[in-house]
Design a protein around this ligand. Structure first.
Ligand code: 3PG
Length: 307
């Protein structure tokens, strides 16, 4: 009987765990949980005898893979898999998958939660602005970016996007204006929403020069990854330009400095909240469980990311 571990430092909603259990029960698999762990040692011991692992942003590195002697598959229930050491997984013979799109609407809705909060001056009672008629730039037009575009149209925003890997025609087909570069996106938009993964190419790519291209009153919203921000560059820019706001769903390393220097212009959620809805948890969790059953029972490798 295959043993599946859900290891989530930030747990799924109970309804999602029930849904995962239905899938694993139906397959005759055993399901165990390690939730809200605070020490890596707990994870190392929990993975020792499992065949499959479901994680969120939990780090799965070579040490975890070494400790997981029977592990065959890790599914990151979510989009970004920068928390899993793909090379180490491959060398351990472990398949890694993500569940693309399953939490995309949840993240997209949070973008607008942050934006309304931002343009209404953090609800401090002073007169803010509206989103209608503003130019929104979407950096990377994947599942989240597409959902952001859909919601933005409901707000009456003018929507632009740039994606180095998505042809302009595909962006235009979604009713969004494609621009030719990220420089252009930042130059023309009032608000830029980041949806790029953290990769060697994107790390610290959102820097002083790029954000500095924004018009007066520019707002940068980040529901992607903290690693894509050049924090010292952004701090320098916000010191020089008192009009720029930064709203983030991921606390930067320099959170205390941002908070101290830019009151009313900087906000970060205490814990990453983008995918933290019952619906996203159910969608991503159940998809992860199904992918595990599909791989273990039938060898299905759809959604494998370490090929
Ligand atoms: C993702 O990559 O899917 C999101 O950042 C959500 O991450 P989380 O599951 O840790 O909330």
């Amino acid at each position: 009987m295959a043993k599946v571990l859900i290891a989530t430092e930030k747990p799924f909603s109970a309804i999602a765990v029930d849904g995962i259990k239905e899938v694993t029960d139906a397959a005759g698999f055993e399901l165990v949980k390690l939730e809200k762990y605070t020490d890596k040692a707990e994870l190392l011991s929990a993975v020792a005898d499992v065949d499959a692992l479901i994680v969120r942003s939990d780090k799965v590195d070579a040490e975890v893979l070494d400790a997981a002697k029977q592990l065959k598959i890790v599914v990151r229930a979510g989009a970004g898999f920068d928390n899993v050491d793909l090379a180490a997984a491959t060398s351990h013979g472990v398949v890694v998958m993500n569940t693309p799109g399953q939490n995309a609407n949840s993240v997209a809705e949070l973008v607008f939660g942050l934006l309304v909060f931002g343009v209404r001056n953090f609800f401090n009672g002073t007169s803010g602005t509206e989103l209608m008629g503003k130019k929104l730039g979407i950096l990377a037009f994947g599942n989240v970016g597409r959902n952001v575009a859909r919601v933005a149209k409901g707000f009456g925003m003018e929507v632009f996007a740039y994606d180095a890997f998505c042809p302009a025609e595909a962006i235009e087909a979604a009713g969004v204006k494609a621009v030719g570069s990220q420089d252009e996106l930042f130059s023309i938009c009032d608000i830029v929403s980041l949806h790029i993964p953290a990769t060697p190419e994107t790390r610290q790519s959102i820097n002083y020069d790029l954000v500095g291209k924004m018009k007066k009153g520019g707002i940068l919203v980040n529901t992607a990854r903290k690693e894509v921000i050049d924090e010292s560059g952004l701090i320098r820019l916000m010191e020089e330009r008192s009009d720029i706001k930064y709203l983030s769903d991921i606390k930067p390393d320099a959170d205390a400095e941002f908070a101290e220097k830019f009151p009313g212009r900087y906000f970060a959620t205490p814990k990453k909240m983008g995918a933290q809805t019952a619906e996203a948890n159910v969608n991503a969790g159940i998809a992860a469980a199904r992918q595990i059953v599909g791989y273990i029972n039938e060898g299905c490798t759809k959604f494998q990311v370490n090929k």
